[in-house]
Design a protein around this ligand. Structure first.
Ligand SMILES: Cc1cc2nc3c(=O)[nH]c(=O)nc-3n(C[C@H](O)[C@H](O)[C@H](O)COP(=O)(O)OP(=O)(O)OC[C@H]3O[C@@H](n4cnc5c(N)ncnc54)[C@H](O)[C@@H]3O)c2cc1C
Length: 388
């Protein structure tokens, strides 16, 4: 088995690291404090090809593989997890449904501008009353009697990049003009059209520079050409997208954990107590060993999930199990490592002078979005037992 990255993968990782450390890391604390969307660095990330890493070049992307995607996600998230969220939404949550299920026209009209970094995308599945149990969504699309359009009404919640997105993937309960239910469907919508409204913006614990808000639809008219896949296929599309997205969240978690770990090791070498660097104490070395071991294991699971995602693209198979395992383990590692890193920093870990408390706050989201840890365990448990 060959664990080495290809030359191309190393180049993209190094380019992402240079960009993340030189352009993103210096502004991360400021944007975390203000909660402002980092439009300039996100534009630069788009120019570097990081908004459509796996999207073929004919649709405005970089045409790279799934390993390259996780390498970029790790590097960007090691500098700032909020940037990681924005990059992941454009690449996975917005890009995958169009790439896998979209028509040629949809790819040219909606995927291209997002993958090339011209505008931002978003993904609206969650609603105020339905998160883990997404199938109980209430947002409704009613097909017109002539079949030419749908009228959307309802409210979505917790939509990352919602306030800034030009285009959005939206999931709805779908009905005929006579009121007959035809299941969940997916649409790509233009947020500049009437009937779309940005609702309340969420003040958040972490990833504060990634804008998150409620979205309201009031008689939003969506042409039938904007439906992705068939009527009633929406839930399958949503789950396929999450299979891909969870690999990116695993990489985000590895990036956060790595940043916290590197800072903790450096601090443990410098900080003196009782006449010695604290890193010489067994209690601190034990923490460092546990952090290191879990980060390495997370990265291997992340790479395995990216490798099997690439394989799944060729065979058409789902990549559910490996992506859930990687997301679950890496997100719990990010929480564990940021907790330990803060402890190693003592009082300074609690201070806003250093980024440690930000890593600690940012890590938590990886255990919640794109399926909580409880849901990942459910997915893995069901897959292993064959029982529901
Ligand atoms: C910052 C942020 C950004 C987000 N971005 C997006 C986005 O861009 N698009 C989008 O559509 N959504 C987004 N979300 C929503 C996110 O995916 C949901 O918050 C998440 O899926 C959990 O849903 P919930 O919050 O409704 O919690 P609930 O589903 O109400 O869960 C509450 C608790 O119950 C547990 N639970 C629920 N069901 C079970 C079960 N069967 N077995 C065991 N435990 C269970 C959960 O694990 C959790 O601990 C975002 C959320 C946040 C916080």
């Amino acid at each position: 088995m060959d664990f080495a990255l290809t030359e191309e993968q190393q180049l993209i990782r190094d380019a992402a690291r240079d960009f993340a450390q030189n352009e993103i890391a210096p502004i991360a604390a400021e944007f975390d404090a203000s909660g402002e969307f980092p439009a300039d660095t996100i534009r630069q990330a788009g120019e570097l090809g990081f908004m459509g890493i796996e999207v073929p070049t004919e649709y405005g992307g970089s045409g790279l593989d799934s390993i390259s995607y996780v390498l970029v996600m790790e590097e960007i998230s090691a500098a700032d997890a909020a940037h990681g969220t924005i990059v992941s939404v454009n690449n996975s949550l917005f890009g995958v449904p169009l790439l896998e299920f979209g028509t040629e026209e949809q790819k040219q009209a909606y995927l291209r501008p997002v993958a090339s970094g011209e505008v931002n995308g978003a993904y609206a599945l969650t609603e105020p009353q339905s998160g883990s149990d997404a199938a109980t969504m209430r947002t409704k699309a009613v097909r017109s009697a002539d079949g030419a359009s749908y009228t959307l009404n309802g409210k979505k919640a917790w939509i990352s990049s919602g306030p800034v997105a030009r285009y959005m993937i939206v999931f709805t309960q779908t009905h005929t003009a006579d009121g007959e239910s035809i299941g969940i469907s997916a649409f790509v919508i233009d947020t500049s059209e009437p009937g779309f409204r940005v609702g309340k913006t969420e003040p958040k614990l972490g990833i504060r520079a990634s804008a998150t808000c409620e979205i309201e639809f009031e008689d939003y008219l969506c042409p039938v050409e904007n439906r992705i896949g068939d009527e009633g296929q929406g839930f399958k599309i949503a789950l396929t997208v999450l299979d891909a997205g969870r690999v990116g969240v695993a990489a985000q978690a590895v990036g956060i954990a790595r940043a916290a770990y590197d800072a903790a090791v450096a601090y443990s070498r410098e900080r003196q107590a009782f006449g010695s660097p604290i890193g010489s104490f067994q209690a601190i070395q034990d923490k460092i060993a546990d952090m290191k071991m879990r980060i390495e294991a997370s990265r291997l699971l992340m790479l395995q999930a990216a490798w099997s995602k690439e394989l799944a693209k060729k065979t058409g198979a789902r990549n559910t199990l490996n992506s859930s395992i990687a997301k679950l383990y890496a997100s719990e590692t990010a929480m564990f490592v940021t907790h330990q890193a803060l402890q190693i920093h003592g009082g300074m870990g609690y201070s806003k002078e250093l980024p440690i408390e930000r890593y600690f706050r940012d890590a938590k989201i990886t255990e919640i979005y794109e399926g909580t840890s409880e849901i990942q365990r459910m997915v893995i448990g069901r897959a292993e037992t064959g029982l529901r």
